[in-house]
Structure formats: C-alpha cells, structure tokens
Design a protein around this ligand. Structure first.
Ligand code: FAD
Length: 265
C-alpha cells in the first residue's frame, strides 16, 4: 500500500510541476506535441461540437489517433510501444482534450485499462493483450458499481473459482467505453470454497460469452464518450486472465486510481 501511495504522490508531483513550472520536452517530444496539435486543430476540433451534440462516438478521431500510433505512448518498448515523459504525455492529452473532451477521455481510458496489465501482468499477458492495443484496440477499466463508488471495497460482483477458471457475475456501472472496448480490466471479488478472498482484476475481451453492455448513461458533458453498465452473467474467464494473485487486487486498484487521476484532472 505504501508503495502505491508514494507512486500516487509521484504522479501528482509530475502534474504539479507540469502546471506550475511549465514543461521541458526533448526535441522529439516537442515535435510530437506539435504534430498532435496540428491533428487536433485540423481534424479533431472541427468535429467536436457535432460529436457532443449528436452523442456520437468519435470513431474518426480514434482512427486518426491510431494512425499516429499514440497508444504506443503508454506501452513499454519491450512490447512494441514508445513511451514518453510524463510531461509530454500530459501535453498530448491536454491538446486532445482541449480539442474534443470526449476523444480525450476515450484515449486516456485506453491507457487506464492498460495500466494494470503493464504494471502487474505476467509476460504472457503483456505479450497477448498489449499488441492489439498498439494496433488501435480500445481498453476500459471497470471498478464502480451502483453501491460501490468511492468505497470500491463495497463492490458485489463476484468471481467463483472453478477447476480451470472463474465464473463472473455482477453489474458494473459508469464504465467509460464499456460498450465498445475490446479489452476490459474488470475488478470483482474472488470467492473460493465459499470464502471471499478479496478484490481481483480480470482481463476480459469483448467476445467473451456472458459479458455485455447494459444501460448507457445520458450525460451533460463528454457526450461523445459512452459510459455504460457492464453486465456479467455466468461469464467464464480462464485462470490465466486473472491479474496478480487472487484477492491481491486492492494494491492494483490503488495504483490504477493513482495513475489515472492526473489524466482525468
Ligand atoms: C463520466 C464518468 C466516467 C466514469 N468512468 C468510470 C470508469 O471508466 N470506470 C469506473 O470504474 N468508474 C467510472 N466512473 C465512476 C466514478 O469513478 C465514480 O463516480 C466515483 O468513484 C464516485 O463514485 P459515486 O459516483 O458512486 O459517488 P459516491 O461515492 O457516492 O460519492 C458521492 C459524493 O460523496 C463524497 N464522499 C463519498 N464518500 C465520502 C466520505 N467517506 N467522506 C466524505 N465524502 C464522501 C464524494 O467525494 C462525492 O462528492 C465514471 C464516472 C463518470 C461520471
């Protein structure tokens, strides 16, 4: 827990430096930010009002982001990505969000959905789930439930241990991109031999039987970004989709929240 909290204050420290001291970027990073700024000015901003008015998921913007390979910015080099400094990352996210807030949150959410895999996944999980993201797949992260918001530990969705995997049941709420994401990191409580062993994230893919989107929220802002329920109905998930150790998900949850907070801000 201490490690996660200090990681969190480091993340917020980056944000504070970014806001108060301005940013020092390498030449390559400055060029990248400039290229993203042009893309935002010429392609993303002109569509923003329509995206918001029509509650239209901005697929064209996501395609442009993928043409530039921007998902690689939060994927380690070892898995084909090209990570950049925190300052450059915030600059890029700021440019996209300034041009179209819905596109900004969708792009940031893919990084949030990947974070637990990058930080806590096995080499096999990274090799399997990060390359599709690099090619432009969308990721989501699902923690919240109707009675478990700030108090995430109150979540009720469960994974029951079977011989070679887990069966997941429950309803998650307010999942950004929950209806369209290709890969979802979903937190539930694992139950083994009738005992709850604790919070545990699983990597789900949208083709899994028993996984579907429920109600899509009507929002007052970020209307091009979908926010949906994710419904798990006897959703069978093989054991090698479990992230970390069964019941060891609270530190992954804290790390995920800590790394996403500055992006949301
Ligand atoms: C647009 C949008 C996108 C979202 N995307 C995602 C997503 O992708 N994945 C996901 O898992 N969740 C997502 N969420 C959910 C979000 O993380 C929750 O809204 C958040 O955790 C707060 O939960 P809640 O809404 O139930 O509010 P509550 O927890 O009910 O809190 C309501 C208010 O009470 C305050 N409060 C709560 N507890 C205390 C306390 N002990 N002491 C004092 N004050 C307290 C809170 O600060 C808040 O102001 C999204 C929400 C929105 C609006």
């Amino acid at each position: 827990m201490e490690a996660s909290l200090s990681h969190g204050s480091r993340e917020m420290g980056h944000m504070k430096d970014f806001l108060l001291k301005g940013v020092a970027l390498s030449e390559d990073e400055s060029l990248l930010v400039e290229t993203v700024r042009d893309l935002c000015r010429n392609e993303i901003a002109p569509r923003a009002a329509e995206v918001d008015r029509e509650e239209k998921f901005p697929w064209d913007n996501i395609a442009k982001i993928n043409e530039m390979g921007l998902n690689g910015l939060f994927i380690p080099e070892k898995y084909g990505g090209n990570p950049i400094s925190k300052n450059a990352w915030f600059m890029i996210l700021k440019e996209i969000s300034k041009a179209c807030p819905s596109t900004g949150i969708i792009f940031a959410t893919t990084s949030h959905g990947c974070h637990p895999i990058v930080q806590f996944g096995t080499p096999e999980q990274k090799k399997r789930f990060l390359p599709p993201i690099l090619k432009g797949a969308l990721a989501a992260i699902s923690i919240t439930e109707s009675d478990a918001g700030s108090d995430a530990k109150a979540m009720r969705a469960q994974a029951i241990k079977k011989s070679d995997g887990y069966v997941l049941n429950g309803t998650k709420s307010f999942v950004t991109t929950g209806d369209v994401a290709d890969i979802l990191t979903v937190f539930v409580k694992v139950k083994e031999e009738n005992e709850i062993v604790g919070l545990t994230p699983f990597i789900l893919t949208k083709d899994m039987a028993g996984l579907r989107a429920g109600k899509i929220e009507k929002k007052m802002g970020l209307r091009g970004s979908s926010t949906s329920e994710v419904i798990l109905e006897d959703c069978y998930v093989p054991a090698d989709h479990l992230l970390g150790a069964p019941g060891g998900g609270f530190k992954i949850l804290l790390s995920s929240l800590n790394s996403s907070r500055p992006n949301i801000a």
